[in-house]
Write a protein that binds this ligand. Structure first.
Ligand SMILES: O=C(O)CCC(=O)C(=O)O
Ligand SMILES: [Fe+2]
Length: 256
């Protein structure tokens, strides 16, 4: 999609833009069905998918919180739907050159899921790969205040570099007491998309409701930085491998 000059300057100033109804409801139904299949332990639709389970700090249950590395196997149809020419055009405008996929994940923010503490994505070890990334967040289920809608810094008042050390959140709070006037809550509907840079502070509270919400996060780098995905995942499997429901990690261990 061709972004306007105003959308581009908003992105440059604030580090994010919201594009309502970027994907239509047919596409979102297909994405929702795909996420259901990925979650189903008995189905083998995507043998390469890496699942992450954690113990809920709210309920004590072991729950799925994330699936990574989901494009590139037999998910080509979904990849075609999501990485269509509109997506590539928008990213090309925002980067100033063509994008390459760096990583992809689905956050299953099910009831009981812990907070995503306030953070910059770049702090998740990404400096080892490149100094600039843009993530496309695709909203699959309604994101509302009650089910832990994302909060983003809305003032542009952040540095385009790490504001704390690697792996450190910007706030240790699990609630969103950090989300003052400088932040905006992004309630959003299926098909809405948020493009955001790797430095803009954001996070969400625990999901204390009985309504899950799933968002897909596709992260890209500039073509000039190279094709980094295989190296990123090879490194990740060594330091933070997927697990299964019987070996759920504590919720304190989570990473971006
Ligand atoms: O889904 C969320 O609430 C936040 C996810 C996030 O920021 C991340 O995984 O980096
Ligand atoms: Fe994040």
């Amino acid at each position: 999609m061709t972004l306007s000059a105003e959308q581009k300057s908003t992105f440059d100033e604030k580090g994010f833009i919201v594009l309502p109804s970027f994907f239509n409801q047919d596409v979102m139904r297909a994405v929702s069905d795909w996420l259901d299949q990925l979650q189903d332990v008995s189905s083998n639709t995507s043998a390469h998918a890496a699942k992450y389970f954690e113990k809920s700090p709210l309920t004590g249950e072991n729950i799925l919180v994330r699936v990574e590395h989901v494009l590139g196997g037999n998910d080509a149809e979904i990849a075609d739907l999501l990485l269509d020419s509109r997506t590539i055009d928008a990213l090309t405008t925002l980067f100033g050159e063509a994008p390459v996929l760096f990583k992809e994940k689905i956050n299953y923010k099910h009831p009981g899921c812990r907070a995503d503490k306030l953070h910059q994505d770049q702090a998740a070890g990404w400096n080892a790969y490149s100094d600039f990334f843009i993530t496309m967040c695709i909203v699959v289920d309604p994101n509302r205040e009650e089910n832990a809608a994302l909060r983003f810094m809305n003032s542009g008042n952040y540095e385009k570099s790490l504001m704390k050390g690697e792996w450190r959140p910007l706030s240790d709070e699990s609630d969103v007491s950090w989300a003052d006037d400088e932040y905006v809550m992004l309630e959003a509907d299926p098909g809405d998309v948020i493009f955001f840079d790797c430095y803009v502070p954001h996070g969400s509270p625990p999901n204390a409701s009985n309504k899950g919400r799933r968002n897909v996060y596709l992260t890209f780098n500039r073509t000039s930085a190279g094709d980094l995905r295989a190296r990123y995942y090879a490194d990740k499997w060594k330091t933070y491998p997927p697990n299964d429901i019987e070996h759920a990690r504590s919720a304190d261990s989570f990473r971006v």
